[in-house]
Write a protein that binds this ligand. Structure first.
Ligand code: SAM
Length: 658
């Protein structure tokens, strides 16, 4: 099974009126005479919209065949007109041959009534990258999860429950793969109780396939000259997935009171995503300010590491990078203070083989040149450089503030579970909050606060130098990364500086809070790294305008810790048979209501916004923004499960997992 879903191009042809058709499948995307009327009739009327979502806080539509997005836009438009205030629409669509943005624009141009929504979709539409992409509209109250890849592979990677289905995958006679028994069975497997479906086809084998999968099926009149189409409902108990150590806990009711500990990018993102889903969120941080410990660091650079094929953490990093750019664009459009300095980031390599590896990794991703390409720039490096034109630097405090402006000052010393829920206790033993659930997003301190004694989180201190641009004459002005990174000149709070980072050293004693104290030695370390990277003799001295230090923490496999927290002792007992190669069919012993979002390491600002959605989906019980295998790779209990399978509890092998 390929790790990166390959994405063939759609091979479009257009009729005289500009309506698209697939040359490959010899079929149309929508009715060229009246696309809107047919789609509304077949799909929206077919599922019983808008009545089906009238009393629903959350409603989830699944679609096989996103195509031009017309069905999505029509569902969004109707939902916007008719849904209860504060409710959320989740739309999940599979697409194996994604159109690019220009093709989408051309196809949707005739539908002028939909223009505002179309423009929103075009702005957010992702690049061709196999896997899941989460797009948010209406302040997060409409989510679109695009599953780019073959239908069977993508549905097998999806978890959660779908309330209703649009089955729209070209005529079954021309595209049997979209209607195979395996696909229809998986559709039934993902269906919520009483889930509905609607489709334009009335083909006999589709009807029989849907019935065999557990749907009751009716033939109803088709649109225009089409005689019939099928609609129906799941006519059996929903299929429960086998219990597994990674099975998620029950969801929480909308409106539940949730505390987030940590106002950095992880906590701010979680707070933002949870609020859009209707939860009552309070963020705590000892700093009492958005961004927490980032105050004083004017810019972080978004420089992705193109992942090796086959690595789950790498797959997450790649999609999170694209996702973060999209989300910061949206935040910047609102606040104007997120991106700082000119756009574009170059990633330097230290040798020709290293540059070669990077080029191959980028080629495997298949991103368009507008996102990433290899270039030669002898002024910057003797070796080929990876250029990320849309990337750049963001002001970390501004980003956190835009996501969550209000932070309560408190140093949380303990999290207590009581009969009535959860309590946060400060260092003086005072209860500072009580409520239904807690998310620990406290960086290096997270596993300690969540009492995860057997879940490794290694902490490093990193120092950056803030340097006046004139102090670095001859150094290229753009932002670039090497073993460290140098930002372009950025202006934040009236100061124009370049940020040079970062030193890197283990910090073992978390009780020792002296990591904030900066040192000249670390400044020299950063300067040396810079001058080696760009092959220039080191200037005699560069006085920093300021220095800043922070902690970063990551597990040994460098994938973050995201999910619900288990009782470790009970987990080890319950799954002891993993040692003998048996998989006990049991649900995990959760400490219900306790979650962790930590271990983002040096890529917090790339990972955070997407992982905020992941934790919010988990808590709301809505289908996740990430694939099943990636979710397992970031599940906090993975170290316990791996240790049991290996028969030890050392984490050495986990370090090599990426
Ligand atoms: N609902 C779409 C719209 O609103 O524009 C039209 C969908 S079009 C009729 C069918 C879609 O299914 C095409 O976009 C096609 O690329 C996609 N498709 C076909 N075979 C597929 C497969 N095996 N896996 C995933 N998508 C597939």
């Amino acid at each position: 099974m390929p790790q990166w879903p390959r994405l063939p191009h759609p091979e479009l042809a257009y009729d005289a009126g500009g309506a698209p058709a697939s040359q490959h499948f010899n079929d149309i995307y929508f009715n060229p005479a009246d696309g809107i009327a047919e789609s509304e009739y077949v799909f929206l009327t077919g599922i019983g919209a808008p009545e089906c979502w009238r009393n629903r806080q959350t409603f989830t539509i699944g679609e096989t065949g996103f195509g031009t997005g017309l069905n999505f836009l029509l569902a969004w438009a109707m939902w916007k007109r008719t849904a209860p205030a504060g409710s959320v629409l989740n739309y999940i669509a599979v697409e194996g041959y994604p159109l690019d943005r220009d093709q989408l624009r051309t196809a949707l141009q005739p539908f002028t009534d939909l223009s505002p929504l179309t423009n929103g979709l075009l702005d957010a539409y992702p690049v061709r990258h196999g896997g899941f992409h989460r797009l948010n509209f209406e302040d997060g109250r409409v989510t679109l999860t695009l599953l780019f890849g073959d239908v069977e592979l993508m549905l097998n990677r999806l978890t959660g429950r779908i309330d209703t289905w649009f089955l729209d995958g070209f005529a079954p006679s021309r595209n049997p793969a979209m209607w195979s028994d395996a696909v229809l069975a998986r559709i039934a497997g993902l269906s919520a109780p009483d889930a509905a479906f609607a489709t334009f086809t009335a083909a006999g084998h589709v009807r029989r396939g849907l019935q065999a999968a557990g749907f009751s099926v009716s033939k109803t009149p088709g649109f225009g000259r089409k005689k019939e189409r099928l609609v129906g409902r799941l006519d059996r108990q929903p299929i429960e997935p086998d219990p597994h150590w990674s099975t998620p806990p029950p969801s929480l009711a909308t409106g539940s009171r949730i505390a987030v500990i940590g106002s950095g990018i992880a906590g701010s993102s979680a707070a933002y995503s949870l609020r859009t889903r209707g939860f009552d969120v309070t963020v705590f941080d000892d700093s009492g300010t958005p961004g927490g410990g980032m105050t004083g660091n004017p810019a972080v650079i978004l420089s992705p590491k193109p992942p090796a094929e086959g690595s789950l953490a790498g797959r997450l990093n790649a999609v999170a990078f694209i996702d973060s750019i999209r989300r910061y664009e949206a935040l910047h459009a609102r606040t104007g203070d997120i991106w700082v300095g000119p756009r574009g980031v170059d990633a330097l390599s230290t040798s020709p083989p290293a540059a070669d590896r990077r080029a191959r990794a980028l080629a495997a991703l298949g991103w368009p040149k507008s996102i990433a390409c290899m270039v030669d720039d002898p002024a910057l490096s003797p070796f080929p450089i990876a250029r990320f034109a849309q990337s750049g630097c963001i002001d970390p405090v501004a980003a956190c503030r835009a996501l969550n402006p209000d932070v309560r000052a408190a140093t949380v010393a303990r999290i207590d579970e009581t009969d009535a829920g959860w309590r946060l206790i400060d260092g003086d033993g005072r209860t500072v909050w009580s409520g239904d659930a807690v998310i620990v997003a406290a960086g290096a301190y997270s596993t300690r606060l969540a009492e995860l004694a057997q879940t490794p989180l290694y902490t490093n201190r990193g120092q950056v130098s803030l340097i006046h641009p004139d102090s670095l004459p001859g150094v290229p002005e753009n932002g670039f990364s090497f073993d460290g990174y140098l930002s372009p000149a950025v202006t934040v709070n009236g100061r124009t500086l370049r940020v040079l980072g970062s030193s890197f050293a283990g910090w073992r004693d978390l009780a020792d809070r002296d990591w904030r104290t900066t040192s000249e030695t670390d400044h020299d370390v950063c300067l040396n790294a810079l001058h080696q990277a760009i092959a220039r003799p080191r200037p005699m001295s560069v006085q920093p305008a300021d220095l800043w230090a922070g902690l970063r923490a990551a597990p040994p496999d460098r994938a973050p810790l995201v999910g619900a927290v288990c009782n470790e002792t009970e987990f080890l007992e319950r799954y002891a048979d993993l040692r003998n190669g048996k998989d006990p069919a049991a649900n995990p012993p959760y400490r219900e209501g306790l979650y962790i979002l930590a271990g983002l390491g040096a890529r917090g600002y790339q990972l955070g916004p997407l992982l905020g959605d992941v934790i919010a989906d988990l808590i709301a019980g809505t289908p996740p923004a990430l694939e099943k295998d990636v979710l397992e790779a970031i599940n906090p209990a993975r170290f316990l499960a791996r240790g049991l399978k290996r028969g030890d509890s050392s984490f050495e092998n986990d370090a090599a997992a990426e």
